[in-house]
Design a protein around this ligand. Structure first.
Ligand code: HEC
Ligand code: HEC
Length: 440
């Protein structure tokens, strides 16, 4: 019998193969559920379409740790979470007719069975086209002050419009074109009428999708139970990890709303930082000069296309602000459910949480003049790294407990044979001297 990690390696090899020969016609047959990345696809094929089910259902307000006041504050007064609007939004979220050829829906890349991600390093959309970025989870996206890795929009309504027309994602010719595909459907006509009192139209379509997304608040994790007073809810290792998170490992400098007080809600400062991801693989200055020439400030459609379809993706927040200090800066993501939303970072470049912590531990500073000042060698020992990972794993909501247990075992097994980011000498060494930003 093959072990899990052997069949993973086989899958990885097949992945390389199938990407390496674009004319190949073979299909890799493999179960498309469970932990780790889904099956590779034949060239030109869009990923399979997930179906709605219990995991897609709105989450309860009774969850332990549910931030009632914060949640109320992020729901626009004009778009209450009425049952009719939520049901319409959920249906639209799974609607492949909104794509150019009827094959791709939001759920394709935000699959409820995969904690509303696709678990692929980079998302794959219409005609099997591979984008430049990793799909973040929709769980708790309602709390994000900005959406996308570069924060190019503020609201979930603005966000939902972009993938529908992005040529690599859903590839509709226009928003109006997408609406026209469902406008004649009697069921939609009735649902739009019930939810908003009018006909099928783009504005209410985006509003309904956003409203559905605002029902996906995800708490009730072992960590929430621990914070609520159940000392036995998380392991001693996870408790040590939570301490390290706020002290020696300095994660709270970015993954907390405030640095003064231990923050247990959404694990992000809603800000943007260059933490050294992907930058070494690209010649950043020429790319930034090109983006300055080509992208008009505020041209959302052009920024969206550049971010998903071009090398300029690595420029991150710079695409939006054109500030050199924002080169390769990305949004600090929420860390809830992070165990089941891998692979990690905006480019999906790290496979396990051990790889993520190894990255921070060595303080990747070499050749990166824009690196955030809070990135530095941390001198975490191996048991301390395990503790931080155990804490991150304790942020998994109960819907994903079984998947999380399997994924933890998979990552642990992987980490025993492969730690590509581990560099103990650098982790215990001084912070490398940072080069000055080149003239620009
Ligand atoms: C082909 C895959 C794909 C499809 C289809 C897709 N998305 Fe995404 N989604 C992504 C990727 C990749 C990102 C990150 C892109 C970026 O940051 O530039 C993203 C980002 C998001 C975000 C921002 C989350 C955050 O934390 O910043 C939301 C919300 C979202 N998508 C919702 C949707 C909705 C709603 C739809 C359908 C209208 C949709 N997506 C369709 C792949 C996809
Ligand atoms: C200087 C700010 C900063 C610090 C300090 C920091 N992070 Fe992050 N974190 C970020 C940003 C920004 C990203 C996204 C970067 C990217 O994708 O390019 C990120 C991404 C992550 C991710 C990937 C999440 C995902 O959905 O892909 C994890 C996990 C993570 N951080 C955990 C930690 C841990 C654990 C620590 C402490 C050891 C830490 N971070 C310290 C800013 C920070």
């Amino acid at each position: 019998m093959r072990t899990i990690s052997q069949s993973r390696d086989l899958l990885a090899a097949l992945l390389v193969l199938s990407f390496g020969c674009s004319g190949c016609l073979f299909l890799v047959a493999a179960a498309d559920t469970g932990p780790g990345p889904p099956a590779a696809l034949a060239a030109g094929q869009a990923p399979p379409l997930p179906q709605p089910g219990p995991l897609a259902a709105p989450r309860s307000k009774e969850q332990v740790g549910f931030p009632a006041a914060l949640t109320a504050s992020v729901i626009p007064p004009g778009s209450p979470l009425t049952p009719a609007a939520v049901a319409l939004g959920e249906k639209l979220f799974f609607e492949s007719r909104l794509s150019g050829n009827g094959t791709v829906a939001c759920a394709t890349c935000h699959d409820p069975a995969r904690a509303f991600t696709d678990n692929r390093p980079l998302s794959i959309g219409i005609h099997g086209r591979v984008g430049q970025r990793n799909a973040p989870t929709i769980l708790n996206a309602l709390y994000n002050e900005t959406q996308f890795w570069d924060g190019r929009v503020h609201t979930l309504e603005q966000q939902a419009a972009l993938p529908i027309t992005n040529p690599l994602e859903m590839g509709s010719a226009s928003l109006g074109d997408a609406v026209s595909k469902i406008a004649g459907d009697k069921e939609y006509q009735a649902q739009f009428k019930e939810a908003y009192g009018g006909g099928v139209n783009a504005e209410d379509m985006l509003r309904a999708i956003a409203t559905y997304e605002r029902t996906l608040a995800s708490f009730d994790s072992p960590f929430d139970h621990f914070v609520a007073g159940d000392a036995a809810a998380i392991s001693d290792s996870a408790k040590r990890g939570w301490d390290l998170f706020n002290t020696k490992a300095q994660c709270n400098r970015c993954h907390a709303l405030t640095e003064e007080k231990r923050d247990t809600t959404v694990f992000t400062d809603n800000d943007f930082h260059n933490i050294g991801i992907g930058i070494l693989r690209h010649r950043v200055v020429p790319l930034a000069q090109q983006a300055e020439r080509e992208l008009a400030q505020g041209d959302l459609q052009a920024i969206d296309t550049a971010a998903i379809t071009s090398d300029q993706s690595v420029l991150g927040r710079f695409l939006v602000t054109k500030k050199p200090s924002n080169i390769a800066a990305f949004k600090t993501p929420d860390l809830r459910n992070v165990l089941v939303t891998g692979p990690y970072f905006h480019d999906g470049s790290q496979e396990t949480l051990w790889d993520v912590v190894d990255h921070y531990n060595k303080g990747d500073g070499l050749q990166n003049p824009w690196l955030d000042e809070d990135i530095q060698p941390l001198a975490l020992t191996e048991p301390e790294i395990d503790d931080v990972v155990a804490f991150l794993a304790s942020l998994t909501s109960p819907q994903y407990k079984a998947l999380g247990d399997q994924e933890y075992a998979r990552q642990l097994a992987r980490s025993k044979v492969s730690r590509p980011q581990r560099d103990t000498a650098r982790a215990f060494g001084p912070k490398p001297v940072q080069p000055k930003p080149p003239p620009f």
